[in-house]
Ligand binder design. Structure first.
Ligand code: NAD
Length: 335
């Protein structure tokens, strides 16, 4: 099998080459993002392997099919960047890695939360300059605070259990799961409630739902107005779940007390590349970067050794199953 591997970074090559020793596929590593123009690079390949910011719209998918591609292997969980209707019409199978390490993402959400609260990023820089002042570094105890989890799937459940371990009260909203959630080691569990109650009562809100038409701009002006003044908002899910200008207004009004994001609405043209010598043209992220109470990471929540190994293994195993004509356990189909 020949695989055209788009949006390649050094770590992809490292982990996939290691795993491919067991599969022996012919992999063409391409730095280009997949879009209608670059789709021709997949000519003479059976499969494309793509990531979160590759554009698999109808035009790209048609071009892939015309170039002989038969299967799209997502090396991620989310599939909001794939036009599944177009894929079905072009008879292209779509497979993904549904769960590589929910712990990696949940733990990164906790890292954002703890950093924003205890301001360790500022303390680190201060102390390196022999500034041992504590001014402006005050945080709050997480113990007995209320944490709202939006989306209690694999990642949300792990995150909820970590926060229960801190002694927090955890409220959860999920249209499918309605609990009670599995209790953690100390016997406590998340309490399911409606979204408005979660907004009203939570000191911290963490988003773990997928990006769908119903979750796009879930965090809008109207939602923010219902939140507790000073709420901490964490998003490790997908950028467009947050309406960025509305959140900027919420930060300016002080309703949002702090914001930690690993994903950003317009991240496609920014993330996974070094733009340190470029002029930043995106005014929203430029504005976000001016706030002292905003912490941004560049879509790295998944980025642990465990997750990268699992992503490489499941992706190549998905392609093996496809080539063998077996049932595809990780196929994504239009609903
Ligand atoms: P999952 O499918 O196990 O869980 C998602 C949950 O969200 C489900 O229980 C679902 O019922 C719920 N949900 C659906 N619509 C909802 C809504 N309107 N409001 C609230 N909940 C809703 O998925 P997961 O593995 O937990 O991943 C969650 C998301 O995390 C993924 O969709 C992906 O976008 C994101 N993610 C980010 C990274 C990263 O590196 N930042 C890595 C992996 C996944």
């Amino acid at each position: 099998m020949r695989i055209a591997f788009f949006s390649t970074r050094s770590y992809d090559r490292q982990f996939f080459n290691r795993m491919n020793a067991d599969f022996q596929y012919e992999i063409s590593y391409l730095e280009a993002t997949l879009n209608p123009v670059t789709a021709t690079l997949a000519r003479n390949h059976d499969a494309v392997c793509v990531f979160v910011n590759d554009h698999l719209d109808a035009e790209t998918i048609q071009a892939l099919a015309e170039n002989g591609v038969k299967v799209i292997a997502l090396r991620c969980a989310g599939f909001n960047n794939v036009d599944l209707v177009a894929a079905a019409e072009s008879d292209l199978k779509v497979v993904r890695v549904p769960a590589y390490s929910p712990h990696a993402v949940a733990e990164h959400a906790v890292a954002l939360l703890l950093t924003l609260n205890r301001k360790t990023h500022k303390a680190y820089n201060r102390v390196r300059e022999s500034n041992f002042s504590l001014d402006g570094l005050v945080g709050f105890d997480l113990y007995q605070r209320t944490v709202g989890v939006v989306g209690m799937g694999k990642i949300g459940s792990v995150f909820a259990n970590i926060m229960l371990g801190f002694g927090c009260r955890v409220l959860a909203y999920d249209p499918v799961q309605s609990g009670p959630s599995a209790a953690n080691a100390s016997g406590s569990s998340a309490e399911f409630c409606d979204l408005n109650t979660l907004y009203e009562l939570s000191d911290i809100i963490s988003l773990h739902c997928p990006l769908t038409e119903s979750t796009r701009h879930l965090i809008c002006e109207n939602a923010i107005m219902k939140m507790k003044p000073g709420v901490m908002l964490i998003n490790t899910s997908r950028g467009p779940i947050i309406d960025t200008p509305a959140v900027i207004r919420g930060l300016k009004q002080g309703i949002i007390g702090s914001l930690g994001i690993d994903v950003y609405e317009q991240e496609d043209d920014l993330f996974f590349a070094d733009h340190s010598a470029d002029v930043l043209l995106d005014d929203d992220i430029a504005r976000l970067l001016t706030f002292p109470n905003v912490l941004i990471t560049g879509h790295q929540a998944f980025f642990t050794e465990n997750a990268l190994k699992e992503i490489a293994h499941v992706t190549l195993e998905n392609l093996r199953a496809f080539a063998a004509g077996e049932a595809l356990a990780n196929e994504v189909k239009r609903s």
